[in-house]
Design a protein around this ligand. Structure first.
Ligand SMILES: [Fe+2]
Length: 215
C-alpha cells in the first residue's frame, strides 16, 4: 500500500469550523441578537471572520489544489468533472454570502429574510462540503505525488502568512476537541505553537465573536 503522505486534518477541521460558525449564525438570528447593539457587534465580528476564512479556503483550493489534482486525474473523466463541480459550487456560495449580508443590513424591517438567507447559505455550504469530503478529498493522494502535496501545503502557508495564521489557527481550533488541538499543534513548529498560545489565542478571544450565550 502507498505510504500515506496526505494529512487532511487541517482541511477537515476547517470544514467543521465553517459548520460551527453557520450554527452560531443561525443561533444569533433565532435569538434576534442583531436587535441589540452589543450582540450585533459580536455577530458582525464573527461573520466577518467566517467570510474571510471561507474566501481564503476556497481561493486556496481553486488556485492551488484543484488544478494540481486535475493534472494527476487527467485520465479519470468522472473525477475531473467532480473537480469542476466543486469549483462551480464555490461560485454559487458567494452570492448566498451577499444575500446574508443584505439581510443583516435590512433585518430591522424584514427579519424573516435573514433566517431564509442563512438557511440557504447553510444548506448550500454543507452540501458543498459533504460533496468535497465524499467525492474530492479521498482522491487527493491518488492525484498528487508527495512532492506536489508538499508544494500545495507550502503554497497555503505562504498565502496565509504570519498575519493570516494569527487569525486562522485560533479560529479553526475554537471549540475543537482536545485531540484535534493536539493534532494541529503537533504539525506547527514549536515557536509558532508558543505564539499561538500566548498571543494569537488571547487576541482572538479579545475580539469577542458571536455571542456569549448559546456557546
Ligand atoms: Fe475544503
Amino acid at each position: 500500500m502507498a505510504k500515506n503522505y496526505v494529512d487532511l486534518t487541517v482541511m477537515l477541521v476547517s470544514h467543521e469550523a465553517f459548520r460551527r460558525d453557520i450554527r452560531r449564525l443561525e443561533g444569533a438570528a433565532a435569538r434576534k441578537d442583531l436587535d441589540d447593539p452589543a450582540a450585533r457587534k459580536r455577530v458582525r465580528t464573527g461573520w466577518n471572520i467566517l467570510k474571510t476564512q471561507l474566501a481564503v479556503h476556497h481561493e486556496g483550493e481553486d488556485r492551488d489544489l484543484w488544478p494540481r489534482m486535475a493534472k494527476g486525474l487527467a485520465g479519470s473523466p468522472e473525477q475531473l468533472s467532480t473537480l469542476r463541480e466543486l469549483e462551480q459550487e464555490h461560485t454559487l456560495i458567494d452570492p448566498l454570502l451577499d444575500e446574508v449580508e443584505r439581510a443583516m443590513a435590512d433585518h430591522a424591517t424584514r427579519p424573516e429574510q435573514l433566517g431564509e438567507a442563512i438557511a440557504a447559505l447553510g444548506s448550500a455550504l454543507d452540501a458543498h462540503l459533504v460533496h468535497e469530503e465524499r467525492d474530492g478529498l479521498p482522491y487527493v493522494q491518488e492525484a498528487l505525488t508527495e512532492k506536489e502535496w508538499k508544494a500545495f501545503v507550502l503554497d497555503q502557508r505562504n498565502s496565509l502568512g504570519f498575519k493570516g495564521a494569527a487569525e486562522f489557527f485560533p479560529w479553526v481550533l475554537d471549540e475543537a476537541t482536545p485531540e484535534t488541538v493536539a493534532k494541529i499543534s503537533s504539525i506547527m513548529p514549536a515557536p509558532l505553537r508558543l505564539v499561538m498560545n500566548s498571543v494569537w489565542k488571547p487576541m482572538y478571544k479579545a475580539q469577542d465573536t458571536w455571542t456569549n450565550s448559546g456557546r
